[in-house]
Design a protein around this ligand. Structure first.
Ligand code: NAD
Length: 342
């Protein structure tokens, strides 16, 4: 309605199942009265085939202008010289925090009470992929050498983000996940800065420390014990896929990439070429990303309503797409959500 201030947001439908699931999400968000004014832009394989670039200048300008993005999955063109578009976006816009909430929504799964958030540092660490070969004897590629780096500034910023996130979202505990027993410098620096930041939040948010391997085991055995977890790039990459698997897989895993002045919201999964165009993709991961986007712009009311609607269609209506063991189509999910929010 006209009295609601519209918030410009860039919408990238993406490749494969992207157009289907973004259509589902925007339909539901619009029906919910979400304040977003969509600026539709292209990226990915579709953009590459049409315009010769996977990340057109117009798209970048739109993102720069709105600072707010809902993005479907992108297929990175295969071939030499193509960097992952997602990695490029993260670095270009300094989207330093990757936020991945995991919550049990589908009853009867392996775990009933999972409600945790993995916060992954998004720009440094071993993901910097500073690697090369070293020769030995006649073999020029006898040894693979790789390095990574963590800066004090960034470790401090990501842990601070985790504590602020905990405060804002009513969460009680932050777990610092590291491997400082072995990587005494690389991971040690993260732990050191983590402790420094944690001290500032004493009495408001609890802190604990976990070594990443033990943490992986505990996540499988007793994931209910975790609340907010914060870690460096590679560990976060692995653990957040693990946690997605705890609650129904990739079709249920949203992710946000957050910078100082920017938020990019997406599903964790890719473009799913094997089911593209079949109308059976699960739109809930991107729907949850839409809910995070609402919370990001301060519309917790609408975010909550959307979360409740998703819970309702799964628990009460029993609507499940194929990845969740059901036979509902993308459109079935959209229609069920539209009924649920009415
Ligand atoms: P994928 O996530 O696309 O698919 C893995 C499996 O999960 C497939 O069997 C797929 O059918 C299923 N799946 C994924 N999302 C689903 C959904 N919403 N509903 C039902 N089933 C779903 O991973 P992939 O096949 O390794 O990658 C395909 C392409 O996506 C690649 O080009 C890759 O680079 C890209 N990718 C993009 C992103 C992103 O844009 N954020 C993330 C990961 C992969």
């Amino acid at each position: 309605s006209s009295h609601v201030e519209r918030i410009p947001a860039t919408l990238i439908a993406g490749d494969g199942i992207g157009p289907d699931i973004t259509a589902s999400v925007t339909t539901v968000l619009d029906a919910l009265g979400a304040p977003f004014e969509w600026d539709k832009q292209e990226a990915g394989l579709g953009a590459f085939e049409k315009e010769g670039t996977a990340l057109p200048e117009k798209t970048l300008e739109s993102i720069q202008r709105t600072g707010l993005v809902l993005k479907g999955p992108l297929t990175t063109p295969v071939g030499k010289g193509f960097r992952s578009i997602n990695v490029t976006l993260r670095q270009k816009f300094d989207l330093y925090a990757n936020v991945r909430p995991t919550q049990t929504l589908v009853p009867g799964g392996r775990y009933e009470n999972v409600d945790l958030v993995v916060i992954r540092e998004n720009v440094e660490g071993l993901y910097a992929a500073m690697e090369h070969y070293l020769p030995s004897g006649n073999d020029p590629q006898a040894v693979a050498y790789g390095a990574g780096y963590n800066t004090r500034t960034e470790c401090n910023r990501i842990v601070r983000f985790a504590f602020e996130y905990a405060l804002k979202n009513g969460r009680k505990k932050v777990t610092l996940v590291h491997k400082a027993n072995i990587l005494k410098i690389l991971s040690g620096l993260f732990l050191e800065e983590g402790r420094r930041v944690a001290a500032e939040y004493e009495g408001r948010v609890a802190v604990e420390e976990k070594i990443v391997d033990a943490c992986a085991m505990e996540l499988v055995v007793k994931p209910e014990q975790y609340d907010v977890m914060v870690t460096t790039n590679l560990f976060g990459d692995i653990l957040s896929d693990l946690t997605a698997g705890l609650v129904g897989g990739l079709g249920m895993a949203p992710g946000a990439n957050i910078g100082e002045t920017m938020g990019l919201f997406e599903a964790v999964h890719g473009s799913a070429p094997d089911i593209a165009g079949k109308g059976i993709a699960n739109p809930l991961a991107l729907m949850m990303a839409g809910s995070m986007m609402l919370a990001h712009v301060g519309r917790l009311d609408l975010s909550q309503r959307l979360d409740n609607a998703m819970k309702h269609i799964i628990e009460v209506d029993g609507i499940r797409t194929r990845d969740l063991g059901g036979s509902a189509t993308t459109e079935d999910v959209t229609q069920a959500l539209l009924r649920a929010i009415r």
